[in-house]
Design a protein around this ligand. Sequence first.
Ligand code: SDX
Length: 444
Amino acid sequence: MAEERNQADDGGGVATTDGSLSVTDNRTGETYEIEVNDGTVRAMDFRQMKVSEDDFGLMTYDPAFTNTASCRSAITYIDGGAGVLEHRGYSIEQLCEGSSFLEVAYLLVHGELPEQGALDYWTYAITHHTYVHENIKNLMEGFRYDAHPMAMLLSTVGALSSFYPSAKNLDDETERYMAVVRLIAKMPTLAAFAYRHNLGLPYVYPDNDLSYPGNFLSMLYKMTEFKYEPDPRLERALDVLWILHADHEQNCSTAAVRAVGSSQVDPYSALAGGIAALYGPLHGGANEAVLRMLDRIGTVENIPDFLQGVKDRKEKLMGFGHRVYKNYDPRARIIKRHVDEVLEATGSDNPKLEIATELEKRALDDEYFTERKLYPNVDFYSGLIYEAMSIPTDMFTVMFAIPRTAGWLAQWLEMLDDEETKIARPRQIYTGDREQDYVPMDRR
Ligand code: SDX
């Protein structure tokens, strides 16, 4: 059965009642009426169920929040069973076909498609905030030449909070807007600076004549030429890749941004938390892990042994599986179409593409994977495009962080405006010792 997603019937912020549960506590014989809204029950409604007056009451237990809605959101809708992804109601397929990353960023942040004037103003604002303070460059210089670019991005984004102290004024709409513009504008600059630092090349400053993806390619690749001219095919492929990575409802890194942001810290620090979460190989680090996995497999002939190793739980098939999609990730399908275009534009015939294609075919023919509903996710093919664009493997997750900045910020703003928002502070089931007497050193 298609996995139903919890969607407010009116599509808006008002909870819709779907009836109720009658819950009988067999420990006391008491029966309770629990309201069902938007396909959910409130965990706090179970606190009333006690076995004695001094009982704390029932809690819900859901490690990794596999079945827990943490918020109400109108930004991204996913139907994992049907492989549907929509941003503010627009399908990812239509947005990739007709929109641009900056326009999708506007849509995520503002909740509607912009008219031309608004898009021009948004583009102008972002284009004219791409520079970073020169002290940030000095900070970047402090890293070893071979520092992982995600570590440099994580650190420099967090450091931005010290350059914009007024961003702490979360009630100031102008401060919020400027932080959103600055972060979307500066993320590519910091990412490119980290890449140039790794190569020991001088940093390339932003070129305001170029598009958002074109400027990024210039900051990555410009050498002695007077003006870098990006290949329009690569510019478009990058723009589509960034649309595909812009937001994805309450994934690990977005949940981190919301949790960190719920303490009312500034957005630069909240996004540093998101970057840290994205860095993990099970999340945004998967695209890097896919390429390393394809390198380890080496040839098509090695695929059967590799897949056996996965079944023997010696390792995971990176780029496969998803907490929500139990069908083909619609983003993977779109990316796969662009792989061929980019390989043609770059003239690279990447042998890893043949291994990836055969690996996908064998896995999708194998019930070990189909039974577990393990299909390619967004990370399975993206790395091949980045590699074809001569982007080094450890920059792949940085390529994910750049567009996800727009999603993190849209979710952060929505969290700030949600009247139900409180500081995130989960409970626990205590399993440790109790009431131990302190033992002096001479008696241990
Ligand atoms: C992203 O959440 C998002 O939206 C994230 C993201 C976004 O846009 O923000 O979509 C981006 O992070 C995509 C996912 C990238 N990660 C990877 O490709 C890493 C490999 N995938 C897995 O680690 C895994 O599939 C997860 C983490 C993505 C999802 O894990 P779940 O939902 O916790 O699933 P699970 O670990 O409970 O797995 C269920 C079963 C288990 O087998 P059994 O114990 O039931 O026998 O499937 C197996 C798992 O062992 N399994 C895999 C597998 N993923 C799950 N087995 C082999 N290879 C895999 N990749």
